[in-house]
Design a protein around this ligand. Structure first.
Ligand code: FE2
Ligand code: FE2
Length: 216
């Protein structure tokens, strides 16, 4: 699966539109600076090596889906949709340094030694420091969103979510990665490992077979 350049242009425009709509001027400025500084890689990076969105443009697609779903959940629970958007854009920003993407995707030295959560929080700290008088509580909340997004210490987050927005971000991040795998597995027709008929082959990560609707 590859996101073509037209699809990437459309996703890029959607991301810009969401950022333009941010009401908090500090957040809008920080997001604009991070996105513009990293535009080239953000448009073409995969979200992962293998597990989900592992193709050119995959990170952008993942960011947008987490933004779309996360902001809807934020509104439903009277949380702050601007902060959830910031979390969607920034939570995996460290992947720009964790992974190298060319014809193939590999882990970088920093990716192996430091990892995307810590690399990401360093990018956010630097971006906030470059904006004079950036509010320290807002910066801490943004950094919390990045470091807690895996939701559990056992999954690599040094702290677990402590705000409504952090709970929303980590839940929606996990949901998007899971649903990507579900939908990819259901549509892998012709793949010898995909199984035949109503039920797919066993998916080791999801630890189950899946049911295909309307197939006999
Ligand atoms: Fe992550
Ligand atoms: Fe993610």
């Amino acid at each position: 699966m590859t996101a073509g350049s037209r699809a990437v242009d459309e996703m890029w425009e959607q991301l810009q539109a969401r950022i333009r709509a941010v009401a908090n001027p500090w957040l809008r400025r920080l997001l604009e600076s991070v996105v513009m500084e990293n535009a080239e890689r953000l448009r073409k990076w995969p979200a992962a090596l293998t597990v989900h969105h592992a193709y050119a443009g995959g990170l952008l697609e993942h960011i947008l889906k987490v933004a779309e779903v996360g902001q809807a959940v934020a509104v439903a629970y009277a949380a702050d949709p601007d902060l959830v958007l910031a979390g969607a854009v920034l939570h995996d920003i460290g992947k720009l340094e964790e992974l190298h993407h060319d014809d193939v995707t590999t882990y970088t030295r920093e990716g192996n030694l430091i990892g995307h959560i810590t690399l990401g929080v360093m990018i956010v700290r630097q971006a906030a420091s470059a904006i004079p008088s950036f509010p320290s509580e807002l910066r801490a909340h943004l950094e919390h969103l990045v470091v807690s997004h895996h939701g559990d210490r056992k999954l690599g987050s040094p702290v677990e979510p402590m705000t409504t927005e952090a709970f929303i971000l980590s839940a929606v991040d996990d949901l998007d990665a899971t649903l990507f795998q579900v939908q990819q597995h259901l549509t892998q027709d012709g793949d010898p490992d995909a199984g035949e008929g109503e039920f797919t082959a066993y998916h080791p990560r999801l630890r189950r077979v899946l049911f295909r609707r309307g197939v006999r």
